[in-house]
Design a protein around this ligand. Structure first.
Ligand SMILES: C[S@@+](CC[C@H](N)C(=O)[O-])C[C@H]1O[C@@H](n2cnc3c(N)ncnc32)[C@H](O)[C@@H]1O
Length: 382
């Protein structure tokens, strides 16, 4: 391996103070003292619990995975609290194994012990019950979990093409148009199931009633197109995505009774012209999948597709979102690395890219749960 040429690190006036603080916090004697000293005791306990949670988080995720795969939350919502024995029979688990899972779920707030030694939904399990989008998200993490088994190999690129890269095949090819329906079916179903989580944030943040023609770029097989058309009865909607993906859209439009106002166009948004004359373009969970050069190409194509003064709505989880900091660089940073393309971006970085692509009046619109999606609105100059 060629030796990396290291740039000498610049020093800063805080270095000496921070080095002293680091040495202090790393010292076992100081830790013992801080754990016993009343004013610092609570900080020491909280830090210890935070470190433990980082260490054990992968176990918690797999407890959740087991509950979702076994449909524990759906069952408890439909049938109410149940004893361990009854649940063991329903889940087809040995009673001791069911007890282990249920107690773990209780400790994580997913389940709750109810009177009569029965288990019911806990405060974190209840929102998952009956939520097909969240369940699909949790289940597809099985692929990422396998890729993360050796995180250093993943970072060094020694692990080869991983499971997640296979899940999102467009991220590993320069000819995504060639992907057939089979290759895109799994992720398209996941996106359709989880799209309401994004749409509910976006439609609350930005009413669509002032627009006439919406183009949903990278819009999958039309899940958002349907939600938007149902939300705004005056709107005509075109969904643009890879041919293998949009092939499923007409049937969705028919089922929703929206075929008269919704249409689907297949193509590669890096190579093909986008359908013109939209007064609103949406890019939902699309930009973070691609590197800066591709994003610029896409944004310029979007600008060309918009009528003068048209708007772009970009919705995706942003890095450095207050209150959801871990979601950006930690979760999406590793997720997209395993996928093989893309990166989480801050609002500031997206603003730069939008300005370079010829957009103006860029605003972040408040959303109720920015963890699910942040929304950025921009206007075309021409
Ligand atoms: C993460 S999914 C988001 C789907 C949808 N917007 C949603 O939020 O449910 C990204 C979408 O971009 C599409 N896509 C990726 N590369 C593309 C390309 N070069 N041309 C057209 N669509 C592409 C994918 O097929 C996929 O449907």
């Amino acid at each position: 391996m060629p030796e990396a040429t290291a740039t000498p690190a610049r020093s800063h006036w805080t270095d000496a103070w921070l080095a002293w603080r680091d040495r202090l916090q790393a010292s076992p004697r100081f830790r013992l003292w801080a754990q016993g000293f009343p004013p610092t005791r609570w900080v020491a306990r909280r830090r210890a619990a935070q470190v433990f949670d980082l260490m054990a988080g992968f176990v918690y995720s797999q407890v959740l995975q087991a509950c979702v795969q076994l449909r524990v939350f759906d069952l408890l919502l439909a049938e109410g609290p149940q004893t361990t024995e009854a649940l063991a029979r329903r889940l087809q688990l040995p009673p001791e194994a069911a007890e282990r899972l249920l107690r773990a779920g209780e400790a994580l707030g997913l389940l709750q012990v109810r009177p009569g030694t029965r288990f019911g939904l806990g405060p974190l399990g209840a929102p998952l019950a009956g939520n097909a989008g969240l369940a699909a998200m949790v289940e597809h993490h099985a692929a990422l979990y396998r890729d993360l088994a050796d995180p250093v190999a993943l970072l060094r690129g020694d692990a080869g093409r991983g499971q997640l890269a296979g899940y999102w095949p467009y991220a590993g090819t320069d000819t995504p148009q060639a992907l057939g329906r089979d290759g895109v079916a799994r992720y398209s179903a996941l996106m359709a199931a989880s799209q309401p989580l994004v749409a509910e944030q976006l439609l609350q943040a930005y009413p669509l009633h002032r627009h006439r023609r919406l183009l949903d770029v990278g819009g999958g097989d039309g899940a958002f197109a349907c939600l938007a058309a149902a939300h705004a009865p005056q709107l005509r909607v075109t969904v643009f995505d890879l041919p293998g993906v949009v092939a499923g859209a007409p049937a969705r439009f028919e089922r929703a009774g929206l075929a008269a106002r919704c249409e689907a166009v297949g193509g590669d948004f890096f190579e093909d012209a986008l359908p013109p004359r939209a007064d609103l373009v949406t890019l939902l969970r699309v930009v973070h999948d691609h590197d800066d050069a591709r994003v610029l190409r896409l944004l310029r194509a979007v600008r060309r597709a918009l009528l003068p003064g048209g708007r772009l709505l970009l919705a995706e989880p942003l890095a450095d979102t207050p209150g959801a900091e871990r979601m950006g660089h930690a979760y999406f940073g590793f997720y997209l690395w395993a996928m093989g393309r893309g990166e989480p971006r801050t609002e500031a970085r997206l603003r730069e890219l939008l300005a370079q692509a010829g957009f103006t009046d860029v605003r972040r619109l408040p959303t109720r749960v920015p963890l699910q999606a942040s929304v950025i609105l921009a206007k075309t100059l021409n």
